[in-house]
Design a protein around this ligand. Structure first.
Ligand SMILES: CSCCC(=O)C(=O)COP(=O)(O)O
Ligand SMILES: [Mg+2]
Length: 224
């Protein structure tokens, strides 16, 4: 079988550790949500996200957002607000992104070989861009040609989201490879006709998950 034209990356559990997202990023956003909402109430994107939470006051909204973070619910309004706060944190030099050691060299090799790279994560596009720019392994962002999230593509566990991405990239689904640590996301991608590889990293929440018929790897170095 020929090599896929596009390789589309999940972030948490795939390129980067869950701990770095939950302990690093979530802890950074948690105390900043209330003040951020109060300071940006007039911003249409913030106002829409706040409205979508269903909270009536800032206190109620923050309690809902914290509850989602506690349960790792990847709700779009949470991701919108977190992403804006994280983008400020990266710009201020207060945050940096973790990538598993195998990822940066393999991304560079794929890029040099002409493979096209994109991201599809629950993390908002506003947070994906600085995540790839401010890494402990240098700036990886110039290699990422497209970013997709639950706003511009849709839910990660639904096949139409992957069809939307294929259309945006102008590629037949069979030329797209999705890498993720979540079997349900891979199922959705496969249902849309994509190729899939499950990433089962030791110590990650889905390291022992059942990936069904999806081929799996423990490191990007195993992907040919
Ligand atoms: C800057 S990336 C933010 C990560 C995040 O918030 C998240 O929910 C990642 O989930 P993924 O879909 O990449 O597993
Ligand atoms: Mg993931």
């Amino acid at each position: 079988m020929s090599e896929p034209t596009w390789i589309v990356l999940d972030i948490e559990g795939t390129t980067s550790s869950t701990e770095s997202v939950h302990v690093g990023l979530y802890a950074y956003a948690r105390p900043r949500l209330g003040p951020y909402i109060d300071a940006h109430r007039e911003d249409p994107e913030v106002a829409a996200a706040v409205k979508e939470t269903g909270g009536e006051t800032t206190e109620e909204t923050v309690a809902i957002l914290h509850g989602w973070m506690d349960g790792d619910v990847k709700a779009t309004p949470l991701k919108t607000l977190q992403g804006r706060i994280w983008a400020e944190g990266f710009a201020a030099g207060e945050l940096s992104a973790h990538f598993f050691d195998d990822v940066p060299p393999v991304l560079r090799a794929w890029h040099a070989a002409g493979r096209r790279l994109a991201v599809f994560s629950s993390g908002s596009v506003a947070s994906q861009r600085p995540w790839f720019r401010h890494t402990t392994a240098g700036d990886l962002s110039p290699m990422i040609l497209h970013h997709f999230d639950t706003v511009n593509a849709g839910p990660k566990r639904e096949a139409p989201s992957y069809t939307r991405i294929a259309e945006a990239l102008g590629a037949p689904p069979g030329e797209l490879l999705f890498l993720s640590d979540v079997p349900a996301e891979l199922d959705a991608a496969a249902a849309a006709g994509w190729r899939t590889v499950g990433v089962r990293r030791p110590g990650e929440p889905n390291g022992q998950a059942d990936f069904g018929a999806h081929p799996t790897v423990a490191s990007f170095e195993e992907i040919k």
